[in-house]
Design a protein around this ligand. Structure first.
Ligand code: GDP
Length: 430
């Protein structure tokens, strides 16, 4: 038995929700270790649908613990709005089912406002953020002026911390022509929410250490994907945190050997939301068809996703930088009925062949994908739960991908239903 981390391998939206849902049913503790309430996934438990964005999926399952690790940025108002939503569905969130790291940093209204002001400005690079203040909150963390969860428990010193933070923010706001924020008003707002969050605040590293010693199964739940990693993704069109598996340790307070098996979620084609390079993007009827069949619209934002062919070059690189042991290949059924399927096996940049994505944005913008064309399949893969239920060409497609990405496919997902998977290897049994 081993602890498992689940991470997205492309640009997010790979279908992590379904796989995390499936795995969390067998975990005792589920830990979020990066990102914020920009993540979004759906759990289906006993026919009831729960939409979560900041809460770890453990909280909706009886007897499980959900943990928000120190690597997560927490918007306390969004958190309690989400808790209220699931309490309306009959789930009671208590300190026995949710723990929040005392050293996690907060997202405040100044952060989401800054996000919106920057994206609205006429100049500069538009990243296409979700405007929830995630990026600015991480900036303040690195700038060592953030308000942390633990600060809410010490209300006597809170005002000074808020003033210090606002020296920075008000200078930017003046520059952008926005009204300054009043320190006393923000401090009051924080003091109001403090007693609500206090019962959940814990030394999470200690809690997790004890859980490990007691032989509990821990599932680390990643958000976004490797290509959005602030170090290893398509910078600057990335998120503000590390999304690779190493972050599961850093963002929860466990050592590098905390994760025994890393499951990477890979979609059978490629999608991306927002701006940035996308070598295999299809801006044609095929791209439209994939998007329509795969319902490629954001769970949180409703934004239409850009769609394209499977990029084995990019996925192979992501799997390596992220330290993935095995892959869950999702949404294979979306490719049913295509005459032929292209798989990107390398890049041509100004006549030179590349077997990886060069880091420079200029080179990235000149990439011409080199494709291998495979035969599509006529039959349906929807709901398949064994290899025998797949058309021969679909098996070939999966096997060829496995070869190209140099990692084993541990499971294949063939519909949004939790149990519609073909399982080769149980990630917990390693
Ligand atoms: P996440 O952000 O990685 O959790 O991905 P999303 O939840 O945004 O996107 C996954 C969407 O695809 C959800 O609507 C799922 O119900 C759906 N989905 C997941 N796996 C499959 C699959 O194998 N086939 C199909 N057709 N849909 C799937």
């Amino acid at each position: 038995m081993t602890d498992v981390a689940v991470i997205g391998v492309q640009w997010g939206d790979e279908g992590k929700g379904k796989i995390v849902d499936w795995l969390s049913a067998r975990a005792d503790v589920v830990v979020r270790f990066q990102g914020g309430h920009n993540a979004g996934h759906t759990l289906v438990i006993d026919g009831k649908v729960y939409k979560l964005s900041l809460l770890p999926s453990g909280v909706v399952r009886e007897g499980r613990l959900g943990v928000i690790g120190s690597g997560v940025v927490v918007d306390p108002w969004a958190l309690f709005a989400e808790i209220a939503r699931i309490e309306d569905q009959g789930v009671h969130v208590t300190p026995a089912s949710l723990a929040i790291a005392e050293n996690a940093c907060l997202i405040l209204p100044v952060h989401s406002e800054l996000d919106a002001m920057r994206e609205g400005a006429a100049t500069g690079t538009k990243i296409g953020t979700t405007k929830r203040g995630i990026g600015p909150a991480y900036e303040d963390r690195a700038g060592r002026r953030a308000i942390r969860v633990v600060d809410l428990l010490h209300t006597d010193t809170l005002a000074g911390k808020v003033e210090n933070l606002l020296v920075h923010h008000n200078a930017i706001r003046r520059g952008l022509g926005a009204a300054e924020v009043d320190a006393a008003a923000l401090t009051e707002k924080l003091k109001e929410i403090a007693p609500k969050i206090a019962p959940f605040v814990k030394p999470v590293w200690k809690l997790l250490d004890e859980a490990r010693k007691a032989g509990k199964r821990i599932l680390f739940e990643g958000a976004q994907g490797v290509l959005l990693d602030v170090d290893h993704g398509t910078y600057p069109y990335v998120t503000s945190s590390n999304t690779v598996a190493g972050q599961a340790a850093t963002g929860s307070g466990l050592g590098p050997r905390a994760v025994g098996y890393v499951l990477g979620i890979v979609k059978a084609y490629t999608t991306r939301v927002g701006e940035g390079p996308f070598p295999t993007e299809l801006v044609d009827a095929i791209g439209e068809k994939i998007g329509a069949r795969g319902h490629e619209f954001g769970t949180v934002t409703g934004r239409k996703r850009r769609c394209g062919w499977f990029d084995a070059t990019l996925v192979r690189q992501s799997l390596k930088v992220a330290g993935v042991d095995g892959v869950a290949l999702t949404k294979l059924d979306v490719l049913d009925g295509f005459e032929t399927l292209n798989v990107c096996v390398g890049y041509d940049i100004d006549g030179a062949r590349f077997d990886y994505l060069p880091a420079g944005i200029d080179a990235q913008s000149r990439i011409k994908p080199v494709y291998e064309t495979m035969e599509g399949w006529k039959g349906s893969t929807v709901g398949a739960r064994s290899w025998a239920q797949l058309p021969a060409e679909a098996v070939k497609y999966v096997r060829r991908i496995e070869e190209l990405i140099e990692r084993p496919v541990a499971l294949v997902s063939t519909s949004p239903e939790r149990d519609d998977v073909i399982l080769m290897k149980d990630p917990f049994e390693n």
